[in-house]
Write a protein that binds this ligand. Structure first.
Ligand code: AHR
Length: 329
């Protein structure tokens, strides 16, 4: 039996038992969260609107919900974990059928996830993972292999620098501190560049996945390190911000400093096609349609795989020029 039907029956029984007193209180919540129109209700807590990737992800989720006939309760947490926890608690109170969220950081979710489980509401993780040891707290994860993205970025650099005879100085713009993509991309990149002892990360700091922060941190990097050869930015937006800092410092991005990023959103692809970036490992934000399929399945009580990974690729400058005209986001 679907979780929605189970909760509706429980709510209906409770309503019969409490009929008199409830009527006196004027509480019109009928349970089931669907407002009586039979639609599945999905509560979705989004990280924020920090990047072009995130905007594309939000659009994908909103459009896919309409397409799938799912009622979406959407909350923007403005990159704050406390806001996401509050949103999830609200969804539990509203008795939504399914909760999905993209956790801003990896740690600190067990209590609220247990509350959702106790309320019988299945949870789907999208885009970012949590580090909870208890895997029964959520039904599935849908998103990218961030370690692989970092590794692909590092492997490209290893290939490009295989004839280098001296040190290659790398600066790294990390994503949001404590987030799965920042942790994993750092790990994957570091593991790959270990293949060439000439490759050295001389500075590494968070730019919070934002363009403005990427610019500001790159300015500091340039002041402190006169000989930067490579920038590895954990997303396009920070790389785009860094472009401004590099140009203002009188250097030519893509030539004086090799720039590697992750995401492949339109602005990033344009910078790559224009020769300002050198390589991008893709991270797809178009998770909406797959998420809605999963919502229907978990709501119906069907088994789903524990982890579903998005198919992704990489882009050189030439490949970006070819792909750009048909890029959706
Ligand atoms: O979690 C995915 C990451 O979050 C994207 O790479 C980044 O652009 C976004 O803000």
């Amino acid at each position: 039996m679907s979780t929605r039907r189970t909760r509706t029956i429980v709510a209906a029984l409770a309503a019969v038992l409490l009929a008199g007193s409830v009527a006196a209180c004027g509480n019109s919540d009928t349970g089931g969260g669907d407002g009586g129109d039979g639609k599945i209700v999905l509560g979705f807590s989004q990280v924020g609107a920090e990047s072009g990737w995130r905007t594309a992800n939000t659009t994908s989720i909103k459009e896919a919900a309409v397409e799938a006939g799912i009622e979406l309760k959407f909350d923007d947490a403005q990159q704050k974990q406390e806001n996401q926890i509050k949103a999830i608690r609200n969804f539990i109170q509203q008795k939504v059928d399914v909760i999905a969220f993209s956790p801003v950081v990896e740690s600190g979710w067990d209590t609220v996830l247990k509350e959702a489980k106790d309320a019988g509401i299945p949870v789907i993780l999208t885009d970012r993972a949590v580090d909870s040891a208890d895997k029964s707290l959520y039904k599935t994860f849908l998103g990218s292999d961030f370690v692989k993205e970092g590794r692909l970025a590092g492997e490209w650099l290893v290939e490009q620098t295989k004839t280098a005879t001296g040190p290659v100085n790398i600066v790294e713009l990390q994503g949001t501190t404590g987030s799965a993509p920042a942790n994993d991309r750092k790990e994957g990149f570091a593991a790959a560049i270990a293949a060439n002892p000439n490759l050295k990360i001389v500075a590494s700091q968070s730019g919070d996945f934002k363009r403005a922060d990427g610019k500001q941190v790159m300015e500091q990097f340039l002041k402190a390190n006169p000989d930067i050869d490579v920038l590895f930015a954990h997303n396009d937006d920070m790389g785009l911000g860094a472009l401004e800092a590099i140009t203002a410092a009188g250097k030519v991005p893509g030539k004086d400093i090799t720039i590697i990023t992750i995401d492949a959103v339109k602005d990033g692809m344009q910078a790559l096609a224009d020769g300002k970036f050198n390589f991008i490992a893709e991270c797809s934000p178009l998770l909406g349609p797959q998420l809605m399929e999963l919502v229907k399945k978990v709501e119906a009580g069907e088994e789903v795989p524990a982890r579903i990974e998005t198919e992704e690729t990489t882009f050189t400058q030439e490949q970006a020029r070819e792909a750009l005209p048909n890029r959706k986001y």
